[in-house]
Structures are given as structure tokens and as C-alpha cells.
Ligand binder design. Structure first.
Ligand SMILES: Cc1ncc(COP(=O)(O)O)c(C=O)c1O
Length: 429
């Protein structure tokens, strides 16, 4: 059930009217429901409870400290991809033994700080990276726990920018090469490396269970062959990618997925890690924006809003669809107090103020009649929303607000113009 609902003719986040928050913090702003986030985590944890999974939330989806803390407090670990995300994870109080570190380009400094922090493991993407981790571990006289990220060459049915498990992607090591490496004489040169398991991530926004099952089936024979040769694999990290509803997709059902995966994982005797980002946060956030102008041309009707592609880039970058609803839908005459669902709809392009044609949230979207001053909510932006925001066009970043029940808290302040020039210097050359 969505935590963003129309109640008595206006949109609420849990029990707080969105308009009330807009009056307090101004627009645009990101708004998250803590209950929605926790519900998703609980659904995943309880579906896989029989095999005690480690759910490492993918910080890249939304790295706000309050969000991380919400999840860590309830038993989640964190999946990081940079030294900056390690810093966030530590600040949020995540136990290092619940941190996994992925990414194709970890620098020596990042490797060193993760080793010093004694994270759970590195998800290693190439042999040169393995050599770099060995070097840094040798310097620190430490063990380095790793999972090899394998590329199972599975094509998940999703946007081509977010498929990651096929042979032509830059991610991971081909399955056969990983096995050869582990069984080869050269594996012995990695004195400091502890092989914990395998990692894979086949893509994002996957709503079917089949690609996950196919990935496990593809890797299972290798795990069994290695066991036969005395190489014990304790962990299998299936990455993230669990899909949600943006438009009309049926979201991935954790119970159905668990029903299919648990027997195979039990047979393989491996512990499971998931790295969901979108699944936990996607539907738990909205972007609230105010209409500045309604502009009609001979062919189009534009609702020009005060949020732009710098605040939410997914429509411009991926052509992503996000639902848009008025915070207070116009009511048909004589229907005060009822929902505005019956109101006549018009077609709008909902666009931002940035100087790019790509600065849009929706094209030809049917919406109730809109007017300057109305508030709109762009839905399903909790993941890859704020984290992908930029200062393009010198636009300060919007605030982030978290709601739980009747309470709300600003979890990031609105930036001021001074934040735009922080760190800049004018040299005397
Ligand atoms: C290695 C890895 N793990 C987890 C994720 C999180 O993906 P999602 O938000 O689709 O669950 C990503 C996303 O790019 C990823 O690359």
C-alpha cells in the first residue's frame, strides 16, 4: 500500500498533508516515507529469513544519513562504491562487518581506507584490481576479504543503460575466467586474499524472478566444482536490481523470489547477500514542485515547474516514466470533499526551468486542469533522485524531508547560493 495517498482531497505522506510541508520548507523538495522504506526492508528480510540473508542497501540509490540510519538500525548492511560512500556508511553507524564495496575503479586510497575500516568484503571486478588489493593488504599486513564479481552473461529485460550482466558490459569477470583463475597456480600469489564468495549484479529494475534464478543456476555448477576441488564458497551476493512499480509493472515479489531461490541456495550451502537500492527506496519518495507558469502554444500546453532536470534527471537520462499527481486535485463542480479523479483531463508537458529541451518530467501527460501556484508530486523518486542531482544552471539542491506517521523532519537543508561556490577560488595568475 502506498504511503502517499489522497485523503479528503489532498495528498498526504503517511499522515502529514504534503501542502503543510510545502508551506514549511518551500518548493521544490524531496519527501520520503520512513514507513514505506521499513516495510520494503521487512518484506525482503522476512521472505528470506529461513536462510538469514544479509541485505546490504545500495547507498548510491539514496545516501542521506537519516535514510542509511533507518535501514542500518533494522539490521541492514550497506553496499558502497566509493570512499565517499564508505565515509557516509561509517557516519551512519553501519558496522563495518556489514559493508560490501563494489565498483570497477577502486583507487589505492579507497582500498586502503576500506581495509583499515575492516569491511566485510570487496566485490572485485578484475584481476588488476585483485592485485591492487593484495598490494595494499600486504602494506597494511592485513587479510583482504573478497568476492569475485562474475559476469554470468544474463540479459535482464530492462533499460540498456542499467543491464550489467551481459558479456559486453564493463562489469565483472567472465564466469569461466573466474574459475580458471581460482584453480590456477597464479591464485597462490594472492597471499593476503581471502575468497569469501561470488558477487553478481545482472541489472536494475528487474520485475521477473527468472533472471535471478537463471543467474544462480548458471553459477551453481561452478560453486559445486570448486567445492569438489576443496575451494569452499560461503557467500553468494546476487546484487540489486529488484524492480518496483513506476507505471503499471507488477513489482518483484520477494516471497515468490524466495520460494525459487531458497532451495537452490540451501543445496549449495551458501549464505545470501542482496544489494537492493531501488526496491527499498524507489516508491518511498516523491518530489514536490510548484507550477510557476502554464504556457499554451499552438501545439502544446506546458506546466513549467520550479524543479528541474538538475533535481531529478531520470526522465532526461533514461526516458524514465514517473507518475505525476496534483497535491490538491481540482474537483469537478459540486464534488467538494471527493477525489478529483473524475475531473476532465488535459494534456501537459511538465517541464523545468533549466535551459535544455531534455528538462522535462513528463510529455503529453493527461492531468486535471492545472494553474500557476498548484503543487505537483512526481512519484517514485526515492531512489536515484536526489543522489543524481547536480548544480547545473547554478541551481541549489532542494531539501529532503522524512515523514513517519504524523511527524516530519528535514533531513537535509535547502542549499543556499553560497553552497554553489563552496571550494571555488579566484586565482591571481
Ligand atoms: C553492483 C550493484 N549492486 C546494487 C545496485 C543497486 O541496484 P538497484 O537499485 O537496482 O537495486 C547496483 C546499481 O547499479 C549495482 O551496480
Amino acid at each position: 500500500m502506498s504511503m502517499f495517498r489522497q485523503v479528503r482531497g489532498q495528498l498526504h505522506a503517511e499522515q502529514v498533508p504534503v501542502e503543510k510541508i510545502a508551506r514549511k520548507v518551500g518548493t521544490p523538495f524531496y519527501l520520503y516515507s520512513q514507513t514505506a522504506i521499513v516495510n520494503q526492508l521487512t518484506a525482503l528480510q522476512s521472505a528470506f529469513a529461513p536462510i538469514r540473508p544479509l541485505i546490504c542497501y545500495s547507498v548510491k540509490a539514496n545516501g542521506n544519513l537519516a535514510i542509511l540510519k533507518t535501514l542500518v538500525r533494522r539490521g541492514a548492511g550497506l553496499d558502497i562504491v566509493s570512499g565517499g560512500e564508505l565515509f557516509r556508511a561509517r557516519r551512519a553507524g553501519c558496522p563495518p562487518q556489514r559493508i560490501v564495496f563494489a565498483g570497477v575503479g577502486k583507487s589505492p586510497e579507497e582500498i586502503r581506507s576500506a581495509l583499515k575500516a575492516r569491511i566485510f568484503c570487496f566485490n572485485v571486478e578484475s584481476i588488476p584490481e585483485l592485485e591492487a588489493i593484495e598490494r595494499e593488504a600486504e602494506r597494511l599486513k592485513q587479510r583482504a576479504p573478497v568476492a569475485l564479481r562474475v559476469n554470468p552473461n544474463i540479459k535482464a529485460d530492462t533499460h540498456h543503460y542499467i543491464t550489467t550482466g551481459t558479456a559486453e558490459n564493463k562489469f565483472g569477470i567472465p564466469l569461466a575466467d573466474a574459475e580458471k583463475l581460482i584453480l590456477s597456480g597464479s591464485w597462490g600469489q594472492f597471499h593476503r586474499i581471502d575468497l569469501k564468495g561470488f558477487h553478481l549484479h545482472i541489472g536494475s529494475q528487474i520485475t521477473q524472478t527468472a533472471p535471478f534464478v537463471a543467474a544462480v543456476e548458471r553459477i551453481a555448477p561452478m560453486i559445486e566444482r570448486l567445492r569438489g576441488r576443496g575451494v569452499l564458497i560461503d557467500w553468494l551476493n546476487l546484487g540489486g536490481g529488484l524492480g518496483i512499480t513506476y507505471q503499471s509493472e507488477a513489482p518483484l515479489n520477494p516471497r515468490i523470489l524466495a520460494g525459487k531461490l531458497i532451495p537452490v541456495l540451501k543445496r549449495l550451502n551458501v549464505r545470501l547477500i542482496f544489494e537492493p537500492g531501488r526496491f527499498l527506496l524507489g516508491n518511498a519518495g516523491i518530489l514536490v514542485t510548484r507550477i510557476l507558469y502554464v504556457k499554451e502554444t499552438r501545439t502544446k500546453r506546458f506546466a513549467i515547474v520550479d524543479a528541474g532536470m538538475n533535481d531529478l534527471i531520470r526522465p532526461a537520462l533514461y526516458g524514465a516514466h514517473h507518475g505525476i499527481v496534483p497535491v490538491r486535485p481540482a474537483l469537478p463542480a459540486g464534488q467538494a470533499g471527493k477525489s478529483g479523479a473524475g475531473a476532465r483531463k488535459l494534456r501537459y508537458d511538465v517541464v523545468g526551468p533549466v535551459c535544455e529541451s531534455g528538462d522535462f518530467f513528463a510529455k503529453d501527460r493527461r492531468l486535471p486542469k492545472l494553474a500557476a501556484g498548484d503543487l505537483l508530486a512526481v512519484l517514485s523518486v526515492g531512489a536515484y533522485g536526489f543522489t543524481m542531482a547536480s548544480h547545473y544552471n547554478a541551481r541549489p539542491n532542494p531539501p529532503e524531508v522524512l515523514v513517519k506517521g504524523k511527524r516530519m523532519a528535514v533531513i537535509r537543508k535547502r542549499e543556499r547560493p553560497a553552497d554553489l561556490i563552496r571550494g571555488e577560488q579566484i586565482p591571481r595568475l
